[in-house]
Design a protein around this ligand. Sequence first.
Ligand code: HEC
Length: 210
Amino acid sequence: MQTLRSRCPLMLTRFVRYGWLVLLAFALTACHQDMYQQPSLRTYEPTSFFEDGRSARPQVPGTVAYGQARTDEYLYTGLIDGVEGDVMPFAVSRELLERGQEQYDIWCSVCHGVAGYGQSMVAQRGGIVPANFHQQRLRDAPIGHFYNIITVGVYRGDPAAGGYQSMYSYASRIAPEDRWAIAAYIRALQLSQNATLSDVPPDQRSTLGN
Ligand code: HEC
């Protein structure tokens, strides 16, 4: 019968004899780079596959690229013949205003303040002057103006002549419907700061107290 002592050298010899096979298996499996070096092309990478040498292919005539079926120009630009419109492109409901409030608080209030006076921590500490929505010019502005500003941002002067962008465009971050919801909410904010008792339905005036 074998004692533990006499078995140990046997295990060692076995390991030396076959263990390298296991190690080799590990070493070889790590060498495949298929996922890392894929045959796909990076954006704008040249290729000899197509005659013109470009990997990006022109749009096939008669097709519409994903996300580009923007047939309702007003919904996407806020402009009618190049001029800011003064109507909402769809009906306004309480839900829409609540959505607008939520989106405004997320995206705009950090600079323009929750009530839209242009007072915020960013304004105080950031050395910028976000517009006050309660100034007369913006109270008179058509609703399309707010949509348009969210979409393109604000430029001070011509960028080619040393002008700069003083407010960023939110087009890539806020969906068109939400931009309109924010515009509608800003209008509500403006009304809220200039409301009189006669704006309150008569049957609800008593709930306001004195
Ligand atoms: C990072 C700060 C910042 C954020 C966030 C921001 N704005 Fe502004 N906004 C500004 C500044 C600064 C100006 C003033 C630009 C100027 O007068 O040059 C401005 C100006 C405006 C104006 C006035 C344009 C005019 O006619 O003069 C509107 C309207 C406006 N912002 C709407 C919005 C809305 C809506 C959002 C949210 C989607 C938003 N802003 C988010 C900084 C900001």
